[in-house]
Design a protein around this ligand. Structure first.
Ligand SMILES: Cc1cc2nc3c(=O)[nH]c(=O)nc-3n(C[C@H](O)[C@H](O)[C@H](O)COP(=O)(O)OP(=O)(O)OC[C@H]3O[C@@H](n4cnc5c(N)ncnc54)[C@H](O)[C@@H]3O)c2cc1C
Length: 440
């Protein structure tokens, strides 16, 4: 193994993707993370109550056979292969996902208006370069569906109004049904599955982190090392615990708005641009129940503005080994952001409102036996694709290129990356670093 003095910041999917690639090339690396546990977003927490919850709900729906094989071999082939059943909750109605192709359970008047507007929208060309997400939604789905469903859910999830968002993040996330699908979905209760995630995998034992553990052996991992300063000229990284390390090459998966102020010499224009990058904060509330029969869904989207959570996932559906025998669990995601919807309570203060709202939507009963409850704060959850991002991001990335800091992952590239994409982003970062080393 050749010793090239490469430092990787962050032990999530991206940092581990970088370490995996370097190791495969016979190059050693050192990895540092501020947390006392590895894995970043993909960390898993096993509680004394017998319930296991991931940091946020995580499943692997990678379609890349190489990643599928890597993850499978990391868990010795012990993973669950599951079909997703996804539904929506809209003001008392349970609607199969995607709602636009499953209007059946909605009130007649709303359903009719959705169809009429969809017919109108279908007569027009889809706006090729929409000014914002709302314009795109209306052009694709029609006014009624666009404004009652994805625009409302988007505000709950991204914390910002649809007319303040760009459309660069969407990819296959929003399904556009044919006219036949809309009409059949309004008339028939049963419809074919068309969600972009139909089947997925999850480790049988130990939660999502099990997929990552063998990657951690491919680097020299140091936890409890919070970076507080980087000098890109002296090529040093200083940590909160007083340790300073030097590097030849630096790969970072630290969120850009946190990273830039720590880098010595960052110009004001770059500091200003980094400060404009916004992401959501998520409080996950984890509930363990004495039964497992309270929902047919793998996960559920919630549209109502007066309900505290945006999405519910059910870890016992991913693997029954995440709960004591016969038990079930709920992971509720509640979204905030410093820029648009500041969180003004402690995460624990959301536990009771989540339980109350689970009762309100009829998922659990008022006297439900609750065996576990806890709340976790995810400070950086999803990138907000507001209109500021498009202008600010190239300024930040250009400067990091100039000072030789390779940025990777969801919060380095500042994109809507899933686990496999973050891992591959880390691999790409490692490849870039190796190329520059060979060029010297
Ligand atoms: C609620 C939620 C649900 C999700 N569900 C799925 C899913 O089902 N499937 C899927 O494929 N993807 C899912 N994702 C996306 C997935 O979590 C990310 O794509 C991926 O984990 C990002 O990995 P990363 O390494 O880029 O970032 P992270 O995992 O955030 O890693 C960054 C690391 O940097 C460390 N760090 C930060 N600041 C410092 C510092 N100053 N000093 C030292 N270390 C620092 C952090 O502690 C962290 O470990 C979900 C994301 C969220 C938020």
């Amino acid at each position: 193994m050749s010793d090239e003095n490469i430092i990787i910041l962050g032990s999530g999917m991206a940092g581990l993707g970088a370490a995996h690639h370097l190791h495969g090339a016979g190059v050693s690396s050192r990895m540092y993370d501020k947390n006392a546990f590895p894995g970043g977003h993909t960390a898993t927490f096993a509680h004394d109550s017998g319930f296991i919850f991931d940091d946020g709900p995580h499943i692997s729906f990678s379609k890349d056979p190489r990643i599928q094989d890597l993850f499978a071999s990391n868990v010795g082939g012990k993973y669950e292969k599951l079909q997703a059943y996804v539904n929506n909750y809209y003001h008392g109605a349970w609607v199969k996902h995607p709602a636009q192709a499953n209007l059946h359970n909605l009130p007649d008047e709303l359903k009719t208006q959705c169809i009429l507007d969809f017919i109108e929208a279908s007569k027009q060309e889809v706006v090729e370069k929409p000014a914002n997400y709302l314009e795109w939604l209306i052009s694709v789905f029609g006014e009624t569906f666009g404004t009652h469903f994805p625009a409302v859910y988007g505000k709950k999830y991204h914390t910002v109004d649809a007319d303040q968002m760009s459309t660069v993040w969407m990819g296959p996330r929003l399904y556009r049904p044919s006219m036949e699908e809309v009409i059949r979905g309004a008339v028939f209760a049963e419809t074919p599955d068309v969600h972009y995630i139909t089947d997925f995998r999850y480790p049988t034992e130990g939660g999502f982190i099990s997929y990552l553990k063998p990657f951690m052996e491919k680097t020299d991992l140091h936890l409890d090392h919070k970076v507080v300063a980087i000098d890109p000229v002296a090529k040093t990284v200083r940590f909160e615990n007083g340790v300073t390390e030097s590097y030849d090459k630096l790969i970072s998966s630290i969120p850009l708005p946190d990273l830039i102020p720590m880098v010595k010499g960052a110009p004001q224009s770059v500091l200003d641009a980094a400060a404009k990058l916004a992401c959501t904060t998520c409080v996950t509330v984890n509930i363990g129940l004495a039964r497992d029969d309270f929902t047919p869904a793998t996960w559920t989207y919630i549209y109502d503005e007066d309900i505290v959570f945006t999405r519910l996932s059910f870890p016992h559906k991913m693997s029954t080994k995440t709960c004591p025998p016969g038990c079930g669990s709920v992971q509720a995601e509640c979204y905030y952001s410093n820029k648009y919807r500041p969180l003004d309570v402690a995460p624990e203060d959301l536990i009771q409102p989540v339980i109350d709202d689970l009762v309100k939507i009829g998922l659990i009963t008022e006297d439900e036996e609750i065996l576990h409850k806890d709340a976790r704060l995810i400070t950086h959850a999803n990138i907000i694709f507001d209109l500021d991002r498009e202008e600010a991001l190239p300024i930040v990335h250009k400067w990091l290129d100039e000072v030789g800091i390779t940025y990777v992952g969801r919060f380095g590239e500042w994109g809507y990356q899933w686990t496999d994409e973050a891992f591959k982003s880390g691999e790409r970062g490692a490849r870039t670093v190796l190329e520059t080393l060979q060029a010297v």
